[in-house]
Design a protein around this ligand. Structure first.
Ligand SMILES: [Zn+2]
Length: 111
């Protein structure tokens, strides 16, 4: 899946000072343009810092997202969007989110 590969690549290239995990998000806008984002490091559990939220700010309505999460050892792990991001996705009429479960498994969420 080429967009998921891209999301993994973006996660791996994101802020290395983010010690716990790395997240990368690829959004395909309704007009077909691609938007990429990472999560930003914060001391607070602010959902607006999540890669999905940052992506949707640029994506507008009707996008499709791919989200990848890399743990501190470099393994692909579960990137299922949190409840806050899921609510945001509904508001933004996101069609579908693809997220990593492991290196060989992907999940899909439809809205
Ligand atoms: Zn979230």
């Amino acid at each position: 899946m080429k967009y998921m590969d891209l999301a993994v690549k973006i996660a791996r290239g994101s802020d290395p000072s983010n010690k716990h995990f790395l997240l990368g998000c690829v959004g395909k806008r309704s007009d077909g343009a691609l938007v990429v984002s990472t999560n930003i490091r914060t001391q607070h559990p602010m959902p607006s810092a999540h890669s999905e939220a940052r992506n949707l700010k640029k994506c507008g309505f009707g996008a499709t997202l791919w989200v990848a999460r890399i743990d501190r050892l470099g393994n692909i792990c579960l990137a299922k969007p949190c409840e806050w991001c899921q609510a945001l996705c509904k508001n933004k009429r996101v069609k579908r989110i693809h997220y990593t479960i492991s290196a060989t498994e992907y999940g899909v969420m439809d809205f």
